[in-house]
Design a protein around this ligand. Structure first.
Ligand code: KG4
Ligand code: ZN
Length: 348
């Protein structure tokens, strides 16, 4: 079955064509960075306008790269829950129009559920249940994924998501976009012990997170250098900051693994692209009896292949009819969970 998936949660316009959930024929991601660079962050209205402008070219590119005609698409999947409402609405409207025009089913998928499934794109044999750490700019969760669409929340951020703090620090240091990647590169050249930064909630025995205190501490550190008219040691600050984030994320994974006695951990979302997090959890696994799985970098940050993979496992083959009533929402419960779990900023 050939599925076209559309993902427009935030500032990335993503379209993928995937056969049977795992055979990625194309995965196109176009990011509108000019407005971000100019305004120092994501402006929701500009992000939505960019989605409107870029979605048709992204669809055309995805079809061309997959060597697939529109008429060969068997079904559509779209993120309709979680992210910036105006951006999501563009993707949902396009998916509904295509569904109607082609007379094929359309399956709605939760953005975070897409991230959970991103680990399975290249590793369909990952066993269930498994622990999933999913961390990005708009969410920061630890879940036990029990079976397809069945989750248990182990912990979440009580304030900021780690990716959001990466982005904030990158802006403060005057680095370009994407912020997390820039800090990651800078950190590789710095000393992680140069500055003592807080590791909030690291030893409290829960799977919850809090990154706002770290955000304040690292911002103050930069301010101190600016106020003293001293050069900012950006590499050492980035390395010390990254060490603090990775210490916390790794410690919480260990709490989760012990709590639910799991031997498999998937790490997903934009922050899963982080080099230090990948290396730390991969090394820790054998000593603590778990194996960590990471998607390839291109499936960590927002992409539509993860939406197609989720749709495959959640039953798109049995989806019937055209979903005329399909709605869009900036945040909605994930799977069987009855409550909302994004960080306060709602970025997607
Ligand atoms: O999954 P994603 O594309 O969008 C959301 O769902 O939020 O994640 C984007 C986030 C950004 O906050 C970005 O700074 C972070 O992922 N990120 C990274 C790295 N690459 C992207 N954070 C740390 N290290 C990286 N290498
Ligand atoms: Zn995301």
């Amino acid at each position: 079955m050939i599925v076209m998936a559309i993902e427009t949660a935030c500032d990335d316009t993503a379209v993928a064509i995937v056969r049977d959930g795992h055979d990625v024929l194309s995965s196109v991601v176009i990011t509108e960075m000019v407005a971000q660079e100019r305004f120092g962050g994501i402006v929701p209205e500009l992000a939505a306008r960019a989605q409107l402008e870029l979605l048709t070219p992204a669809i055309e590119q995805a079809l061309a790269e997959a060597s697939v005609q529109l008429t060969q698409i068997d079904a559509l999947a779209v993120n309709n829950r979680h992210g910036l409402l105006r951006s999501i609405t563009v993707g949902v409207a396009a998916a509904k129009a295509l569904s109607l025009a082609l007379n094929i089913p359309l399956m709605p998928i939760h953005h975070i559920e897409g991230h959970v499934y991103s680990a399975l794109i290249e590793n369909p044999g990952i066993p269930w249940p498994h622990v999933c750490l999913t961390v990005a700019g708009g969410h920061n969760l630890l879940l036990q994924a029990n079976s397809h669409g069945e989750y248990q929340l182990l912990g979440r951020t009580l304030d900021d998501a780690a990716g959001e703090v990466y982005d904030k620090l990158a802006r403060r240091l005057g680095l370009g976009f994407p912020g997390g990647l820039q800090i990651d590169r800078l950190a590789a050249k710095g000393d992680p012990n140069a500055f003592a930064l807080p590791r909030p909630m690291i030893g409290d025995g829960t799977c919850d997170f809090s990154f706002s205190g770290l955000k304040t501490a690292v911002t103050r550190l930069v301010d101190d250098f600016v106020d003293a008219s001293k050069p900012i040691p950006a590499e050492d600050i980035a390395a010390s900051f990254q060490a603090a984030v990775v210490d916390v994320l790794a410690a919480k994974v260990l709490v989760a693994v012990r709590q639910v006695n799991s031997s498999v951990v998937t790490v997903t979302g934009g922050v899963a692209a982080n080099s230090e997090l990948r290396s730390r959890l991969s090394k820790m696994g054998p000593d603590h009896d778990f194996e960590a799985f990471f998607p390839s970098l291109r499936y960590c940050t927002d992409n539509a292949a993860m939406i197609a993979c989720a749709a495959h496992h959640l039953g798109i083959e049995h989806a019937a009819g055209i979903n005329e009533a399909l709605d869009a929402s900036s945040n909605a419960p994930l799977g069987n969970l009855g409550v909302l779990y994004s960080s306060k900023k709602q970025r997607g």
